[in-house]
Design a protein around this ligand. Structure first.
Ligand SMILES: NC(=O)c1ccc[n+]([C@@H]2O[C@H](COP(=O)([O-])OP(=O)(O)OC[C@H]3O[C@@H](n4cnc5c(N)ncnc54)[C@H](O)[C@@H]3O)[C@@H](O)[C@H]2O)c1
Length: 314
């Protein structure tokens, strides 16, 4: 009987992914290198489920059922005997992922998709030693995986689009917002957009147009307020494409189009100003707390997820 979602690697990402799988009603097995790590991952997954329950994102009955569907194991090849879907979330090293994919590919029937949560590697490379790379695909969950809805489903050079579409449809049933990315390129989809925002943000600071705090305020308190339900392309359709075109013609010639890393950030790195961990970056961290800001960020994400569930998403 193939009734199990197997999540290999039960660390920070695997535990959140496992929680969402179990909440969707799947028998879910978290696999790690030893029993202590696998069990720690299962307990973290239970905490993720409880957090959703405490915030009204899962009913007590759903949470109780999900906790009962979570298991911890150490032998991925044994668990593969019942797996209908595999998501790998082990260390970000191509050799380790290649070895695991080759082992699983050799024992799993061809109709079982093998997915990787890689953030920076190509699924094409991860599946290089598989006999059936067409059933491999990236499923890039965003941190924290039990809260942020986005999952980038990225096709490798040999991925069967029907497999990618089936994985996307499965993740929709996990209350996720999966997007299909049809080429295996650096930055997948969302990090390509994010880098464009970061490039311009740094350039605004470097050119003296505004301070780092004001750049972040402009984004956080302006466009980002509508982003959860209103993306930039919907925005263009709303204002009219002829106006969007005219703004592009006026603004694009004066914004940053560099194709290499910013000399400004290179200089900060050379000076040892690495951000919160060294006390200085774009902000002065000697007088503020990154932990407090992270807690506020996570509290906001919970409220945003609740609001999107209320009013509907993108
Ligand atoms: N942390 C993030 O923000 C983030 C976001 C998206 C994607 N990712 C990606 O998700 C993956 C996991 O990241 P993480 O932050 O959860 O790492 P992590 O270190 O918290 O967890 C990785 C787990 O995998 C286990 N592991 C390593 N090799 C294994 C193997 N061969 N078999 C079974 N278990 C094994 C480790 O013991 C560990 O518990 C990476 O590919 C990472 O790039 C991370």
């Amino acid at each position: 009987m193939r009734d199990t979602v197997m999540v290999v690697g039960s660390g920070m990402m695997g535990s959140g992914i496992g929680a969402m799988s179990a909440l969707a009603g799947n028998r879910t097995v978290l696999v790690d290198l030893d029993a202590a790590r696998a069990e720690a991952g299962r307990q973290k997954a239970v905490e993720c489920i409880r957090l959703r329950e405490q915030n009204g994102l899962a009913s007590p009955e759903q949470a109780e059922a999900a906790v009962g569907l979570l298991f911890a194991e150490t032998d991925s090849l044994a668990v593969a005997g019942r797996a209908r879907l595999v998501i790998e979330a082990i260390v970000e090293k191509v050799e380790a992922k290649q070895a695991l994919f080759a082992q699983l590919d050799a024992v799993l029937p061809v109709e079982v998709p093998i997915c990787s949560n890689t953030s920076g590697l190509r699924i094409t490379d991860i599946s290089a030693r598989c006999a059936h790379p067409e059933r491999t695909v990236t499923t890039h969950f965003w941190l924290p995986a039990h809260l942020v809805p986005l999952v980038e489903v990225v096709m490798g050079d040999k991925t069967d689009e029907a497999v990618a579409a089936a994985v996307r449809d499965e993740l929709r049933g996990w209350k996720k917002a999966p997007v299909l990315v049809k080429k295996d390129l650096p930055g997948q989809l969302a990090n390509r957009v994010f880098q464009a925002i970061i490039r311009e943000s740094i350039d605004i600071v470097a050119s003296g147009l505004a301070s780092a705090e004001d750049v972040d305020t402009a984004i956080s308190c302006g466009m980002a307020m509508r982003f959860p339900v209103w993306g930039p392309l919907k925005h263009l359709d709303a204002i009219g494409l002829e106006l969007g075109l005219s703004v592009q013609q006026t603004v694009l010639p004066s914004i940053c189009a560099d194709r290499t890393a910013s000399p400004y950030i290179e200089q900060l790195v050379a000076e040892g100003r690495l951000g919160a961990k060294t006390g200085q970056g774009f902000y002065d961290w000697s007088t503020r707390s990154i932990e407090a800001d992270m807690n506020r960020r996570d509290a906001f994400i919970i409220e945003a997820v609740k609001a999107v569930e209320r009013v509907g998403g993108q």
